[in-house]
Unconditional design. Structure first.
Length: 81
């Protein structure tokens, strides 16, 4: 099956990678796509990372030692004493 790269910049990049790696153009594109797919599949979704961060933060917190976050506290942050 033929594969044509119509974008000149993409063609230039594919040829540059092929030249640097000492491989054919098809193999260079194939390898680049495999690497990108592996990288994407290894990436933890943002929602999962946020959940992990939130659970970790909650586990390390000590609410009994903190100050109350009441109106007076927020007013003090903005200078509205």
């Amino acid at each position: 099956m033929a594969f044509h790269i119509r974008n000149p910049e993409t063609d230039r990049l594919a040829r540059q990678v092929a030249r640097l790696k000492g491989m054919g153009l098809t193999e260079a594109v194939h390898t680049a796509l495999e690497h990108e797919l592996a990288r994407e599949e290894a990436t933890t979704p943002l929602a999962e990372r946020i959940g992990d961060f939130s659970r970790n933060l909650r586990a390390r917190s000590h609410p009994e030692r903190g100050l109350p976050a009441d109106k007076a506290f927020f007013d003090s942050l903005s200078g509205d004493d």
